[in-house]
Design a protein around this ligand. Structure first.
Ligand code: NAD
Length: 324
């Protein structure tokens, strides 16, 4: 089909407003990417459970909007700090409304597409979807940015309309630059599956409007890119330990010299966030039944140690590298 024909095909479903649930590394950047192309965005995160010492000193309470939106505010500001304004269209940030799940989730009924990008934990995603079902208008797209939790498991217990409009939309980090977008349809026998028109729409929208190269992936553990990527990372760490290579030596060999312009293996782990990598790896380990392929995803002890120290990467200021 020609470009014009493809554009006509997606005209029936226009995306003017997108709600992004979760303002962490991915959610904030996905929000910026949409706002940059002129879409109105609602970006939400959790209400903090406790006051910080600074908030206490100011006499603030957990009822104050500034406190209730602290997590989303800080995450979004951190994202902007790492992204020179010149990279985006003027005033793109004005198109992003920040809020929290307790006060603003009901507003998703006015949005065309809800993208979930919260922590990579099935139980937490599932309970958010239960809340989403209370407010989501029938027909609204609802997709997950999960790195690898099976789409059919995420959709367990959901309504028929939710299932018909649900699939994985897996952006890569940083979503502004990495062109791959995996689209993972729901396909199981327990209820209706993703409407093929929804998949068709998302693939075209991703290619034409988001500047991505969309790839249709089956709902297999960690889909395609992370099944390969996590495998490569775990094996690289094992070989490095065996050969006594340093972090810097490995990154030198797995970075720009082999065509990865910004980051070698360990630097990438810091960018992604070790907790996310560990969650994806553990989920893969549990999902695979064949002993041999399963063992390949057993976490190297160095990753356990970093987790114990809470050295999660850039998000905590220290991972394999210290953030300068
Ligand atoms: P992150 O840790 O930066 O952010 C996760 C967000 O979830 C945080 O803002 C946190 O406040 C929120 N959260 C924590 N507990 C919650 C709860 N109980 N209810 C609702 N929200 C809660 O994580 P991220 O890296 O942005 O990852 C988000 C999703 O995107 C995950 O599914 C992850 O697997 C996926 N993903 C991550 C990357 C990456 O490189 N980091 C790449 C592709 C996909």
């Amino acid at each position: 089909a020609t470009l014009e024909q493809q554009k006509t095909a997606i005209k029936n479903r226009s995306i003017r407003r997108v709600a992004v649930l979760g303002s962490g590394i991915m959610g904030s950047r996905i929000a910026c990417h949409f706002a940059n192309i002129g879409v109105e965005v609602l970006l939400l995160d959790i209400v903090p459970k406790e006051l910080t010492p600074a908030e206490q000193a100011k006499g603030l309470s957990l009822e104050k909007p500034a406190v209730r939106n602290r997590i989303v505010n800080e995450a979004f500001q951190n994202t902007l700090k790492g992204s020179p304004a010149s990279l985006y269209s003027p005033k793109f940030a004005d198109r992003i409304k920040l809020g929290n799940f307790d006060d603003n989730l009901q507003e998703i009924n006015k949005y065309d597409w809800v993208i979930e990008a919260i922590v990579e934990r099935l139980d937490i995603k599932r309970s958010l979807y239960e809340r989403v079902e209370q407010f989501r208008k029938p027909g609204t797209l609802i997709t997950s940015n999960t790195s690898g939790i099976p789409i059919h498991i995420l959709s367990e217990g959901r309504s028929d309309d939710f299932r018909r409009h649900f699939c994985g939309t897996h952006f890569f980090n940083p979503p502004r630059y990495l062109r791959l977008l995996e689209i993972i349809p729901l396909a199981d026998a327990t209820g209706p599956n993703t409407d093929p028109a929804v998949i068709d729409f998302l693939m075209k929208y991703g290619d034409l409007y988001l500047g991505k190269t969309t790839v249709l992936a089956k709902d297999t553990p960690a889909f395609i890119a992370n099944r390969l990527g996590i495998y490569a990372m775990v094996q690289t760490i094992r070989v490095a330990e065996e050969m006594g290579l340093t972090v810097e030596e490995v990154d030198k060999l797995t970075g720009p010299v082999v065509g990865r312009p910004k980051s070698g293996t360990f630097r990438l782990s810091d960018v992604v966030g070790l907790d996310t990598t560990v969650n994806v790896s553990n989920n893969l380990y549990q999902a695979l039944t064949h002993d041999e392929s399963r063992d390949a995803f057993q976490l190297p002890s160095v990753m356990q140690k970093l987790m114990e120290n809470k050295w999660l990467g850039d998000k905590t200021g220290q991972g394999f590298y210290k953030k300068t």
